[in-house]
Design a protein around this ligand. Structure first.
Ligand code: B12
Ligand code: SF4
Length: 519
């Protein structure tokens, strides 16, 4: 028997990689099963469950476990492999996935396993299984995954169950790879992008849609690379537009021809989510990490999307890039904030295994965590304290700004007596950290009280104005407890004005104006 397994970041994330492997098992499919867990599960429980599924090993029959290893699960996966090997040494463990595809010999998990397939696993995993089951036995432990023409790979979408369709994000891909070279990113090693046959892909999407799928998360690295294909995909979904449709695409920010704009603009609020990596506005830093990005066009695209389209804009910045100091990052943040995307996700640089960013480590005094997720701890221009302060900032920004829970209050906070929104939020973030000492378990009520205290007492703002803003935000958020700062002001039973979104795009739902959400 063959078991395909992985530990997803959360239940809502269904593994597309494993489904590809399952769909391509060919004659071995009948004896292959797939089992997904989350990283929250104890490795011992996962081990017991997998061994129970395999059943006792009879007459020396070969049993194989294929494990998908990623940055978010490598620690737990290593423990799982250790337990499996201890309990049943004869079981053949095959690893694959981006985390074990590079620096293979340097990792503990790869030493514990029997085989590692690097890169694409679609055809190489079944081939290895055939060799293990029927011989001849493979000669090497580390096997470079074959990258066949995409039309030779069976599409995996039939492997999504009805429960997946109902409860999870459905990852789909119209293309693999990326032609760009941003050195912090694993996709920079791809050299180019390869497109799946669009007719075959759209036929699969049509089947998923007929089966009731409404959440489609495209993992294409760059959705706006081949405009003909992007336009056909958008058109396909425009023809199936319903209130509960949710689509997520990743775009490069400096290229949005009118043809795509004309289609994007036709999507009503709540349907399209666009993830746009800006990463840095500093041209010297962009150059250093080989990221080609036209700043003027980036700003023009973002401005158009924010002002004209109804798309929800999820933008990304990376803190800690080689040579980028706090002031440069602050300037980039302020520039992006001025364009008013719904979300600015503030990521911290990670040294992913295999990525070329490593070449800057010595010159820019980069220090990274040695264990996953390999986040930067300090650089030549950012000391460890500043990196810590930024981590608090990023978390609080998520809670207060990206959550859209404080739409009225946030402008009061960012207008404080500081040179810019970034600096104003940094002062608040330092204050909140001193006061609470934590970034987790901060309830909406605690945040309301903290904001009231900060704005009225530390900044000296007029209390009724602050309370008015907080009251409006608190009621809109739908929270129902009673923060101290709003005692006596809340209606007896605060009625939420935003309907809880029905579909999985919950985060996006919170950014809708009440009248849009109630459409
Ligand atoms: C979906 C996704 C997520 C989801 C999680 C999904 C899940 N299942 O739980 C979320 C959004 C949570 C996420 C978060 C992060 N992610 Co992410 N994510 C992706 C994304 C966009 C899609 C993955 C996918 O489905 N790909 C398509 C499938 C077909 O490819 P695949 O998964 O690589 O599978 C193929 C091979 O790897 C191999 N394979 C896979 N499993 C197995 C098993 C066996 C036995 C074999 C033989 C082969 C094999 O065969 C498959 C088919 O060819 C990729 C980028 C991308 N487009 O791939 C990044 C990516 C996986 N993420 C990455 C990173 C860095 C992160 C973050 C650290 C980002 C951050 N915030 O800084 C976080 C970590 C979260 C955490 N908790 O720590 C990196 C991976 C680095 C690594 N070494 O694992 C990627 C590659 C992005 C990049 N280009 O750099 N991510
Ligand atoms: S960051 Fe985006 S554009 Fe750059 S290499 Fe990675 S996927 Fe491609």
């Amino acid at each position: 028997m063959i078991l395909l397994c992985t530990l997803n970041a959360k239940y809502i994330h269904a593994s597309l990689g494993l489904r590809y492997l399952l769909a391509n098992m060919g004659d071995l499919k009948a004896q292959t099963a797939m089992r997904e867990f989350t990283i929250a599960r104890k490795p011992l429980e996962v081990c017991d469950e997998l061994l129970a599924l395999l059943g006792p090993q009879q007459d020396g029959a070969t049993q194989i476990i294929g494990l998908g290893v990623y940055i978010w699960n490598v620690t737990q996966s290593a423990e799982l492999v250790r337990l499996l090997k201890a309990a049943r040494p004869a079981v053949k463990i095959v690893l694959g996935g981006p985390e074990v595809s590079h620096e293979v010999e340097l990792q503990e998990i790869t030493r514990l396993a029997d085989f590692v397939i690097t890169g694409w696993g679609d055809v190489s995993f079944p081939k290895l299984c055939r060799a293990l089951l029927h011989g001849p036995q493979p000669l090497t432990r580390v096997i470079p995954g074959k990258q066949p023409p995409l039309n030779e790979i069976a599409l995996p979408y039939g492997e999504y169950s009805d429960a997946d369709l109902a409860h999870r994000l459905l990852y789909v891909e119209a293309s693999r790879g990326c032609p760009f070279k941003c050195e912090f990113c694993l996709s920079s090693l791809d050299q180019t992008a390869w497109a799946f046959d669009l007719d075959a892909f759209l036929a699969e999407m049509a089947t998923l849609h007929q089966r009731g799928a409404r959440n489609f998360k495209f993992v294409d690295r760059t959705f706006n690379l081949k405009i003909d294909a992007s336009a056909r995909i958008l058109q396909f979904f425009l023809e199936r537009l319903t209130e509960d449709l949710f689509l997520h695409f990743e775009l490069v920010p400096d290229y949005l021809p009118d043809r795509l704009k004309d289609l994007i603009v036709q999507f009503p609020p709540g349907v399209l989510q666009l993830e746009i990596g800006v990463q840095s506005f500093n041209p010297e830093v962009q150059n250093r990490i080989s990221r080609r990005q036209d700043t003027a066009r980036t700003e023009a695209t973002l401005r158009w999307l924010a002002e004209v389209s109804h798309a929800h804009l999820h933008t990304d910045l990376i803190f800690g890039l080689p040579g980028e100091d706090l002031e440069s990052f602050a300037a980039g943040f302020d520039r992006l904030y001025a364009l008013r995307p719904e979300e600015i996700q503030l990521g911290i640089l990670k040294r992913l295994r295999g990525t070329p960013i490593e070449r800057h480590s010595a010159e820019h005094a980069m220090v990274y965590e040695t264990e996953a997720p390999y986040s930067v701890l300090q650089t030549g221009v950012l000391d460890a304290d500043t990196v810590q302060r930024f981590k608090h900032f990023a978390r609080y920004w998520d809670l207060l700004a990206n959550s859209a829970r404080f739409k009225q209050t946030l402008p009061l906070l960012l207008k404080q007596d500081q040179p810019s929104p970034f600096h104003a939020f940094m002062v608040f973030s330092d204050w909140l950290w001193r006061r609470t000492g934590k970034t987790n378990d901060l309830s909406p009520e605690l945040l309301v009280d903290a904001l009231a205290d900060y704005l009225c007492n530390a900044c000296g703002l007029d209390r009724p104005n602050v309370q008015q803003a907080l009251l409006s935000d608190y009621i809109s958020s739908g929270a129902r407890s009673k923060p101290q700062a709003l005692q006596g002001l809340l209606p007896r039973q605060a009625v939420p004005t935003i309907r809880k979104p029905k579909n999985l795009a919950q985060r996006q739902g919170r950014h809708l104006e009440p009248n849009q959400a109630l459409r």
